[in-house]
Every structure is written in structure tokens, then in C-alpha cells.
Design a protein around this ligand. Sequence first.
Ligand code: NAD
Ligand code: MG
Length: 404
Amino acid sequence: APMVMTQRIAVLGATGSIGDSTLAILAAQPLNYQVYALSGYYRLDKLFALCQQFLPKRVSVPTAAVDDFAERLSAAGLDIDVVGGAAGLVDIATDSQTDTVVAAIVGAAGLPSTLAAARAGKRILLANKEALVMAGQVMINAVKKNNATLLPLDSEHNAIFQCLPLAIQRDNTQIHQPNHGVRKLWLTASGGPFLQQSFAQMQQASVAEAVKHPNWSMGQKISVDSATMMNKGLELIEACHLFDLPEDKINVIIHPQSIIHSMVEYSDGSFLAQLGSPDMKTPIAHALSYPDRIESGSQPLDLFALSALEFIQPDLQKFACLRLARQAMQAGTQATIVLNAANEIAVAAFLNGQIRLTDIADINEQALNDIQVPPLNDTADIEDILTIDKIARHLTDKLVAKLA
Ligand code: NAD
Ligand code: MG
């Protein structure tokens, strides 16, 4: 009989949307997976309830919350080690008992722990696309050098991964071997809540309208990114790093039903696609059990209930962020760091009611064109990247203040 190994999992960003989907799968698979560690930042009551449910050995919270949280756990009779802040996340990600890190923190805040997991040779289930946008080369190098495994959770990238041959799944540089015949990648996009609306309507959008995604239920930041299509821009950059391709080998196509999650085009004319219900539990279950398969708990796709699958060319005037992402990818890592930082600041300003939804693209464009940052060389490391990120955030704050 095959030996069953329990995978010990650290879910970083356990209180978020990806955290929810991951823990729903793990709750249904108690034999093969152990929830070894959790982290949360904002909703600590929810994190406390997760600690009661999953009994992890370790938990990470914001530094200022460590003492209170530890007291609360011990008052409830729970023996869980509590660590704090960015160092706590790195500690959990690199813990010798952690086999798998689910990188589900949103934004640049997820980079240090995701990179630390790569350096510690972990199996990484990556949702935190911003880590690759900021530090793609450093991340991929760290994965290879330390024999880590990087499995994409982002549904598009997970779909592409599934449509690639094993040789490329194991070594992304194999994608250049002519015998594999990979011609292009096709990233599908839903088009978000404003696909059928004019730019003028988009300009007037409230926060509630912007975060109401037609097909997926997600955290606030990625929901706004989907409304501006910055999400697809970030995913384009993510795909370049994951699959070792230049941006012009990756097409973006709007497919409003979100049934085809992305495609690989081959030299013989074959297009391989992965289809499924729009539910993150499917790519998460795929990555958790890879190369095997497990139940995810997602609704099976009902093909008879679909009247049509549509495909539309994206409008780069209305969704300028997508154009900016290509521009940044061509310009290099400094530019993708600046774009990511500017976008995080602009999205937060929109969510705070300081700027309009359509101002996000304007701010991102100004940041990309105007912000001067120190050059990055081949030996650049995370400190250099975080320095550029910090400068870009500071200057973008000023751009927001001018507008607000
Ligand atoms: P979310 O806002 O629902 O959850 C974010 C998590 O990160 C929470 O646990 C939060 O406490 C934690 N967090 C936030 N700021 C932090 C900080 N400064 N330090 C430490 N922890 C912090 O977001 P989400 O929708 O779950 O998305 C998480 C990541 O996954 C993002 O990078 C997103 O782009 C990506 N992703 C999400 C989906 C989705 O369906 N939700 C799909 C694909 C990719
Ligand atoms: Mg996606």
C-alpha cells in the first residue's frame, strides 16, 4: 500500500478569501493534511475561531497584538505558539516542520515570507501574485537554487500549468524547447463589473459597485484590480515569470463567463484549455494534491446550463492598466515594482473614498512615467526591491494628495 504522508501546511493570510477556500478544503481532508500554522492581520476574532477549529501549532499576528492574542489562546486552553509581524511570518514560512506554505497574503506585505519560503526549499502554493510582480527573478532563482516547488493558485496560471507537459511543469525553461511546441499563452479575463459600461459610468462607480465581481468572490484589493483590469496586468507579469516568457508571447482575452480559465496554444494548432466553475477551491485543491487529485468541494461545471462562451478583445483605452503592465514588463523590474506600489496606494485611496476608480489608471501611469528610482542590477536582492517599493509608495502618496 502507498505510504500516506501528512503534509504540514502553513496558511499565510488565513483570514482572507484564499485562506477561506484553502481551509474549507483542508477541513474536508483531515487525514492527508495538517494545518500546522496560520496567520492573520485584520480580523483577529476570525483568526481566533480558526485556531479553535484547526488547532495549529503556531500562529502569526501583527506585532502589537501578540501578547493579547497569546493570552486569549491560553485562557481558552489552547497551546499555540504566537509570533508577530513580518519576522513572525518568515519564521513560520521557514519552520523546519512546515512542508507547504500557502502564500495568500495580499500585496507587497506577502513578499518577504514568500521569498523566505522559497529560500527554505518549501513547497509554495502561490496566490500572492504581487510577490512575483515585484521580485519575479529573485523568486524564481531562489526556487531553483533551493529546490523549492512553486505551484500557482491564481486560476489562470494554474490552468496554464495544468495544460503544459510535465517537463515544463518541472523546469520552466523547457518551454523554449521547440519539441514542446508552445507558441503562446492565452490569459482569460472576465472583464470585471464594468465590461458592458462606458468609461463615464466607470468614472462614477461607487466602492460597492467596483468590488462586486460578476463571477468570483474575492478580497477587496483584487476585486478593485479586476474592475480596472490591473489584475490581468499583474497576472501578465506573473505569467512572464512563472513560465519564462516575454510579454508578447502572452495574449489577454476577455471571456465573460470565466469557464475557460486560460489556454496554451501549440505549434500544431492545438489549444489546450482548463475549464471549471469559477471557484478557487479547484486550483487550490490541484496544487495541494499535485501531482495527484483530491475532492475540492467546488460545484461541478454544468456545461448544459451554459448558453455560450464568448471572447472579446480588451479595450486598452478603457482598461489602461493592462497597457501599463505590458509597458512596465518591457521596461524591467524597477518599473514593475513601481507600478505595483503605485497601484496598491491608488487602490487604497479609492477604497477610502479619496479618488475615483478611473483615477487609479492615471495615477499608475504618472507613477510609471515620472517616478525616478535607483537602478537594479543583476545582484539585486529583496532590500533593493523594498527600497524602490518604498520610494514609489511615498511619491504616489503625493500624486494621490494632489488629486484628492
Ligand atoms: P483578502 O484581502 O481576502 O485576504 C488577505 C489576507 O492577507 C488576510 O488574511 C489579511 O489578514 C492578510 N494581510 C493583509 N495585509 C497584511 C499585512 N500587511 N501583513 C500580513 N498579512 C496581511 O485577499 P484575497 O482575495 O484572499 O487575496 C490574497 C492574495 O491572493 C492576493 O495577492 C490576490 O491577488 C491573490 N488571489 C486571490 C484570488 C481570490 O479569489 N480571492 C484569486 C487569485 C489570486
Ligand atoms: Mg486570477
